[in-house]
Write a protein that binds this ligand. Sequence first.
Ligand code: ADP
Length: 499
Amino acid sequence: MPVAAPPEALSDAVRAWLGDGRHNLLIGEERPAAADGRTFETLDPATGKAIAEVPQAGAADVDAAVRAARAAFDEGPWRTMTPSARARVLQRFAAAVADRADELAELESLDNGKPLKLARKVDLAETIDYLEYFAGWPTKIEGDVLPVSTPEMLCYTRREPVGVCGQIVPWNFPLLMAAWKVAPALAAGCTVVLKPAEQTPLSALRLGELALEAGLPPGVLNVMTGDGETGAALVDHPSVDKIAFTGSTAVGREIGAKAGRALKRVTLELGGKSPNIVLPDADLDAAVKGSFQAIYFNTGQACNAGSRLFVAREHFDEVVGALAERARKTRLGPGLDAGTQMGPLISQEQLERVTGYIESGRAGGAELVAGGGRPEGVDGGYFVEPTLFTATDDRLDIAREEIFGPVLVALPYETLEEVAARANDTEYGLAAGVWTRSLSSAHRLAAMLQAGSVYVNAWGMSDPAAPFGGYKASGVGREHGHAGLGQYLETKTVWASLR
Ligand code: ADP
């Protein structure tokens, strides 16, 4: 498929960056093609047409990138420069991204399909916040002096960077997920090989360029485009000290097992089937608005999507009716069209997966209340309508499995204890939500729910200072804040005799 001309809606700056549509890897400060010349296309999800061609990095390319990262780590100056010097480079990096925010938002909207407004307000705003927050950390990484009981002994800890980090990110928030990984690693003094998802490689390449322009030493941030094979080569590379991964639970299990065998450090941010609970005393307008966003935001392609909605039986029909009305009014379209409220799914594969689940919901006896089909007039794009089912059986596939699309299943319940047990009856534990006016119900449920994040009268809040991650099969470790930084640091205990 030839690379199509970029859409008219793009700015001159983004059209110029896209150029003839061919892009290369970033290793040190070199921009090589893949050693074996393989490439793949990234498609516009709104049309299915190719927008750019990027290298399919193989094991040889991954090896070159890891060597560059190793040399940058071992030989410095990144790890050895003063904390304030490292902080200044990271501040310039954050500023470079902020200066290009509009361009990056367009690129993200084009490659991922999400509405441009969303890309600006969420992806770019949070990416910049995140880079700025972690730019503040290098000067605040402290060890302790320990009150050991051995006489005349000084015992203290040093926090040292883990080393070379392989970071593998998904396609739903491509730049933001890259920032979540790269920023704490760099603040800690680590070096990075970043692998964006094969569906959305462009913003990571641009991020790597901006890092170099901002003065990050060559080799500190390398970018490998490619698919799961590229990711696996990174995980398997013996000179990678730590793997950070966001993606599906199936791939996360595999990576966790490999990292376990090799005793590499690993953090995993995986899938979810997050319960969202509307209690009888909730502000129903707020609950409807919030629950709608919780599932349909980003076309349902969020790991913490509120995809199981439990509504107190007395309000069930009212809440479902209001959600269905909102779903029917949602305007679908390409991300770069100003009127678009919901963009397409990312790929043909996702479209088939999501429509397969919709079929399975119907066949399993769930009642389809809204959506379920493909909108008219958007041929070629991976669009699916916001879809709402009601059901009473928690064991249906649509009520148990992560769909990663705009499909919500609403389930009625009777008591708080019952709903807590049903909410927790899942292998996942990423997020949960509670809508109520009762402080006591809110905090009782917050304690009972097995989830890494609990939202009360809100959904999907995120802040660089607030830990994010999963219970159970939703992940290992936490990102953001002290906890997130700590995943990139080793603790060394030094014992020094004072005799
Ligand atoms: P999805 O199914 O949503 O695409 P994946 O977990 O397959 O999610 O992909 C998330 C990221 O993991 C992508 O960058 C992808 O290329 C990468 N990936 C896929 N399979 C593997 C693997 N076996 N090892 C390492 N990375 C992988």
